[in-house]
Design a protein around this ligand. Sequence first.
Ligand code: RFL
Ligand code: PHB
Length: 390
Amino acid sequence: MRTQVVIIGSGPAGLLLGQLLTNAGIDNVILERVTKDYVLSRIRAGVLEEGMCDMLDEAGAGRRMHAEGLSHEGFDLAFDGERHRIDLHGLTGGKRVMVYGQTEVTHDLMDKREATGGVTVYEAADVTPRDFDGEHPYVTYRKDGVETRIDCDFIAGCDGYHGIARKSAPEALLKTYERVYPFGWLGIIAEVPPVNHELIYANHPRGFALCSMRSNTRSRYYVQVSLDEKVEDWPDERFWDEIRRRLPDEAAQKMTIGPSIEKSIAPLRSFVAEPLRFGRLFLVGDAGHIVPPTGAKGLNLAASDVRYLFDGLRDYYEENSTAGIDGYSERALRRIWKAERFSWWMTSLMHKFHDAGDFGQKIQEAELDYLVHSRAASMSLAENYVGLPY
Ligand code: RFL
Ligand code: PHB
């Protein structure tokens, strides 16, 4: 079998890249380790930058997002018993973010891929990128006991943090940077109206809390927990008690509670691999970098990587130019590090760090007070939150 680009992973990065390539007439095959239903069962990010929305439109998969997504012009920061609104729209000269779940993005991209005849092999085992340091790379995989080889021009590793692409890079050429945080997020989804029409990020001496949503009738809420916590120890009642304690009273009193339909704990990590290109193998999205979810940047960074790589591949095929693919790693990393910086900063500002003590709490509150009352500081927050330019 032969194709132009083999894409490993059918998460949002792989699907978006695949669709842009297909639309440009560039042949591609996606190899995915698990089933389609499993990919669609993952509940992750919820906030899309305008740049990502534009790319979904460009891919031809933005219709439902515009119809059902919630356009937000601001969010609240809560601390010391009060809420303060960050006016994203006013502070950025008219920008907004779109609240639309990653699960729905994935769904829409899968539907589009099916409608345009794109090939995805689900349950592809032992996917292995080979000979990518030369002119003739290929990928092997096993499905139903049969080993298949796909020859190609390029391999896009869109297979997430635990994938095979980064692990296949020669160790001597790969440098990684990492920070693991001493806490995680316990998240639930419940079929209840959100406590506020915009998101609330709360700093509290008991720990961080976030009130987000998936629709006007479905809430997505998180609380910071220590890493040794188990989901089984968090019956709904305990979750609702805890999140309400971390919000200003007026918000807590308004909160509608109800049975959760999903509950899980995710650890927080910052991670970057450099470079993002090894010959004809590229790392894209979570395969190359992870941010803690506090700044809502993970999915959006996957989209900007796809922007740079797609432009490079299109120029290669249409104009016989290698400038875009040669510059991919450097270009993508410049934006990635700024989002890493923002996500680390917002995580440091909003979470309880046990070793920082009461002094640490006071310093956070002073910074938050400065942030919400200084136009310069609010502007910087807003500029980063809506997404830096591509
Ligand atoms: P994904 O979504 O992880 O998709 C990778 C795909 O590759 C497949 N795969 C393989 N396929 C073939 N062979 C192999 N050897 C393979 N190994 C893996 C996987 O099955 C999967 O289908 O990466 P992608 O496309 O780069 O997208 C990135 C985003 O998913 C990610 O940045 C965000 O979801 C991060 N993230 C969050 N970001 C936010 O902005 N806000 C959030 O609230 C938020 N919550 C989260 C998150 C990430 C999580 N992870 C990765 C554990 C919550 C969780 C739990
Ligand atoms: C979410 O809705 O899941 C969400 C929103 C904002 C974040 C992280 C997660 O910063």
